[in-house]
Design a protein around this ligand. Structure first.
Ligand code: NAG
Ligand code: NAG
Ligand code: NAG
Ligand code: NAG
Ligand code: NAG
Ligand code: NAG
Ligand code: NAG
Ligand code: NAG
Ligand code: NAG
Ligand code: NAG
Ligand code: NAG
Ligand code: NAG
Length: 540
C-alpha cells in the first residue's frame, strides 16, 4: 500500500499547484484546470523515432519489397495521435556513409569490431538507398547528411553534393520534414569509434563548417529541387549534440552564429539515461527510477529554457535508455517499456516538444526488430508498448489541444501524469515502477511464487469529470518479461498479425471503475502502468 501522507510543507506547495481542496489524508488532488507549470499544447507526432542510418533499409525495405511490419507499427501510433511518427534517419553511421554510384545494393556496410560490434563504420550507399523513402505512406522524414567525413575528405564532400539530389528527389515536399547535417559533432574529436577532427577543433570551426556545408546543400537543392528552398520547406534540426557537456557547448555554438542563415527549425539534443556497460546500471536503479529520469534530462531542460529565448522549439532528436545500443535484460525488457512511459511523459511535461526514440537492427533498446537476423528474432519489442501508452496518453494531437502535467508522487519508483484536453482533465497515467520479477534470478526455469504486490492510488478528480472511469492497462508478467505484453487487452506482436492490433482473449478489456463522489481509487500492480480515461459528466 502506497502511503499518501505529505508533511505540511509538501502539502502546501502541492496544493498550490493542484488546487486547495484536500479530500483526505490519502488522496492525490488533481486540479480541474492545467497547473501553471503544465506543458504548452503538445505538437503533433510527439512520439517519433530515429533510425540508425545504416539500418534504415532494413526498417523500411524498398519499393519492390516494402517492410509492411514496420508500417503497421507506425500506423498503430498514427491512429492514436493523428499523425504517423516522424522518422529521423541518422546516427553515428550517417557520418560514415559515402556514396558509390555503381553500388547495386542499397548499402554495403563493413563492421570493424574494434570500432563497434553493433554497426558498420565503413559504409557505402548506392542510389537505391533512397528508394527506402518510398515505403511508408504518409510518413515525414529528417534525412541526415555526412559532416563527419564531409568536412574531412574529398569523398565525403562529393558524397554530400551527390546525395542532396538523390535525397531531395526521393523525399519531395510531401515526405521531407527537415534536414540534419552531422550527428553528435560534439564528439568528433573524441569519438570512441575514431576521431574525425583534431583535438583543437572548436565551436567556431564547427560553425564555419556547418555553414559551409548547409550552404552547399542549399545550392544543390536550388538546382535539383528548387521547391525545397523556400522558407517553409528548407531547414534543419541542429546541432544534434550527444550531450550538454562534451567538447562543443551549445551556448558557445549558438553565440558563434550557428543560426546565421536563420534555417534552424528545431534545436535537437540527444539523451541517454545511462550506458549499456556503465557500472552500477540496473533496471530498478537507473530505468525504473523517476529521479534518475528527472536528473538525466535536467541539463537539457536548462538549455531548452536558455535557448527558448530564440523562439526555436527544442526536441530530443535521438534518445533511448542506455547508450551503446542498450543492454540485454534491461533495455529490451518490460521494465524499459515502463521507463519509456515515464521518460517521455516527463519530457512532454517539461517542455521538450518531441522525442525521437532511436533504434537499429539488433539494437537492444529497439522498439521493434524489422527483419530476422542470426542475432535477434523479428518482432515487436517491449519498448514499443511504452510508445503506444505514451501515444494513448497524448490522444489525438491534431484535433485536440493536449497539455501534460506531472503529478508529483512521493516515491521515485512511481510516476503519474495528467493530460488536459482543451483545458479540462481527460486522462491520468500512473506508472508503478516497483520491480516485480516473474522469474527467479533471471532464469525462466524458476518462476517467482511471491504474489505480485499492488499499490492503491486515490485521486480527487474535478467535479466536471464523469463518475464512471474507463481503465486501460499495460500488462506483462513482470519487469523482466520480454514477451507476452498487452496494452488494453491488445497485442501488436509480429507473430499474431504482423504488428496490427489483435485483441487477446486472455486479458480483460473494457474495465471500468466508479468514482465515489470526487474520489477515484485504482489498484496498480507493481511493474505495470494504467491510464484512467475521464469523460464529461453524463457522457458515459
Ligand atoms: C509544478 O509545480 C508544483 C508546485 O510547485 C511542483 O510540485 C511540481 O514539481 C512542478 N512540476 C514540474 C514538472 O516542475
Ligand atoms: C563501388 O561499387 C562497385 C560495385 O559494387 C564496386 O565494384 C566498387 O569497388 C565500389 N567502390 C568502393 C570504393 O567501394
Ligand atoms: C529490395 O529489397 C529486397 C529485400 O531485402 C532485396 O532483395 C533487393 O535487392 C532490394 N532491391 C534493391 C534495388 O536494393
Ligand atoms: C563492400 O565494401 C567492402 C569494404 O570496403 C569492399 O571490400 C567490398 O568490395 C564492397 N562490396 C561491394 C559489392 O561493393
Ligand atoms: C567548404 O568545404 C569544402 C570541403 O571541405 C571546401 O572545399 C571549401 O573550400 C569550403 N568552402 C569554404 C567557403 O570554406
Ligand atoms: C580528418 O579525420 C582524421 C581522422 O580520421 C583526423 O585525424 C584529421 O584531423 C581530420 N582532418 C580534419 C581536417 O579535420
Ligand atoms: C522563416 O520561417 C521562420 C520560422 O520557421 C520565421 O521565424 C521567419 O520569420 C521566416 N522568414 C521569412 C523571411 O519569412
Ligand atoms: C534513483 O536515481 C537517483 C539519481 O540517479 C539515485 O540517486 C538513486 O539512488 C536511485 N534510486 C535507486 C533505488 O537506485
Ligand atoms: C550472421 O549474419 C551476419 C550478417 O548477415 C553474417 O555476416 C554472419 O556471418 C552471420 N553469423 C553466423 C554465425 O551465422
Ligand atoms: C537466487 O540467487 C541467490 C543468490 O545468489 C541464491 O541464494 C538463491 O538460491 C537463488 N535462487 C534460485 C531459485 O536459484
Ligand atoms: C529482480 O531481478 C534482478 C536481476 O536478476 C535482481 O537484481 C533484483 O534484485 C530482483 N528484484 C526483486 C524485487 O526480486
Ligand atoms: C495471453 O496470450 C498471449 C498470446 O498467446 C500470450 O503471449 C500472453 O502471455 C498471455 N497473457 C497472459 C496474461 O496470460
Amino acid at each position: 500500500m502506497a502511503r499518501r501522507m505529505f508533511d505540511l510543507l509538501a502539502l502546501a506547495s502541492f496544493s498550490n499547484s493542484f488546487g486547495y481542496a484536500w479530500g483526505g489524508s490519502d488522496a492525490i488532488v488533481v486540479s480541474g484546470s492545467p497547473p501553471s507549470n503544465t506543458s504548452a499544447p503538445i505538437p503533433e507526432a510527439f512520439v517519433s523515432f530515429s533510425i540508425e542510418f545504416a539500418y534504415f533499409p532494413d526498417y523500411a525495405g524498398n519499393s519492390s519489397s516494402p517492410n509492411t511490419f514496420s508500417n503497421n507499427l507506425l500506423n498503430n501510433l498514427g491512429a492514436l495521435t493523428g499523425t504517423k511518427p516522424y522518422i529521423r534517419v541518422g546516427g553515428n553511421t550517417q557520418d560514415y556513409a559515402l556514396y558509390n554510384a555503381s553500388l547495386k545494393e542499397a548499402m554495403n556496410g563493413t563492421i570493424n569490431p574494434a570500432r563497434s560490434a553493433d554497426y558498420p563504420t565503413t559504409i557505402y550507399i548506392g542510389p537505391s538507398y533512397f528508394d527506402s523513402y518510398n515505403t511508408w505512406p504518409g510518413t515525414k522524414f529528417i534525412h541526415g547528411f555526412n559532416l563527419g567525413l564531409g568536412g574531412n575528405n574529398t569523398a565525403g564532400w562529393e558524397t554530400l553534393l551527390e546525395t542532396v539530389t538523390l535525397a531531395c528527389k526521393a523525399l519531395g515536399t510531401e515526405k521531407l520534414l527537415w534536414w540534419e547535417y552531422g550527428n553528435e559533432p560534439d564528439l568528433y574529436s573524441t569519438s570512441a569509434q575514431g576521431p574525425v577532427r583534431p583535438a583543437s577543433w572548436n565551436e567556431a570551426e564547427y560553425v564555419a563548417q556547418w555553414l559551409n556545408g548547409t550552404r552547399a546543400i542549399k545550392d544543390q537543392l536550388a538546382i535539383a529541387c528548387p521547391e525545397l528552398t523556400t522558407n517553409d520547406t528548407y531547414g534543419y534540426i541542429a546541432p544534434s549534440f550527444a550531450g550538454t557537456n562534451n567538447h562543443l557547448k551549445y551556448w558557445t555554438t549558438w553565440q558563434d552564429g550557428l543560426n546565421t542563415d536563420h534555417d534552424i527549425k528545431l534545436i535537437s539534443s540527444h539523451n541517454y539515461i545511462g550506458g549499456a556497460t556503465q557500472p552500477g546500471v540496473t533496471l530498478q536503479g537507473t530505468l525504473m527510477n523517476h529521479t534518475s529520469t528527472v536528473h538525466s534530462i535536467s541539463t537539457q531542460v536548462n538549455e531548452s529554457n536558455y535557448l527558448s529565448s530564440y523562439g526555436i522549439p527544442f526536441i530530443l532528436g535521438e534518445t533511448n535508455s542506455l547508450y551503446n545500443e542498450g543492454a540485454p535484460g534491461l533495455s529490451n525488457s518490460f521494465g524499459a517499456a515502463l521507463w519509456g512511459i515515464d521518460f517521455n511523459l516527463w519530457c512532454a511535461s517539461v517542455g521538450i516538444r518531441r522525442t525521437h526514440m532511436h533504434m537499429g537492427t539488433d539494437y537492444r533498446y529497439a522498439s521493434w526488430q524489422p527483419i530476422q537476423t542470426n542475432k535477434t528474432a523479428i518482432g515487436t519489442k517491449p519498448p514499443y508498448y511504452g510508445n503506444i501508452v505514451v501515444a494513448a496518453m497524448m490522444g489525438n494531437l491534431v484535433e485536440n489541444s493536449v497539455q501534460i502535467a506531472n503529478i508529483p508522487l512521493e516515491n521515485e519508483r512511481e510516476a503519474a501524469y495528467a493530460a488536459y484536453e482543451k483545458g479540462t482533465l481527460a486522462r491520468i497515467a500512473v506508472v508503478n515502477m516497483r520491480q516485480y520479477n516473474y522469474t527467479v534470478n533471471g532464469t525462466s526455469d524458476v518462476l517467482n511464487t511471491v504474489p505480485r504486490p499492488q499499490q492503491e492510488y486515490t485521486f480527487k478528480i474535478p467535479d466536471y469529470c464523469s463518475r464512471t472511469v474507463s481503465v486501460q492497462r499495460l500488462y506483462a508478467n513482470g519487469s523482466d518479461a520480454i514477451s507476452g505484453i498487452s496494452w488494453d487487452g491488445t497485442s501488436y506482436n509480429w507473430e499474431l498479425d504482423e504488428g496490427k492490433p489483435v485483441r487477446l482473449d486472455n486479458v480483460t478489456i473494457g474495465e471500468e471503475t466508479r468514482a465515489a463522489g470526487e474520489f477515484v481509487k485504482i489498484q496498480v500492480p507493481d511493474s505495470t502502468a494504467v491510464i484512467l480515461n475521464f469523460g464529461k459528466q453524463g457522457s458515459w
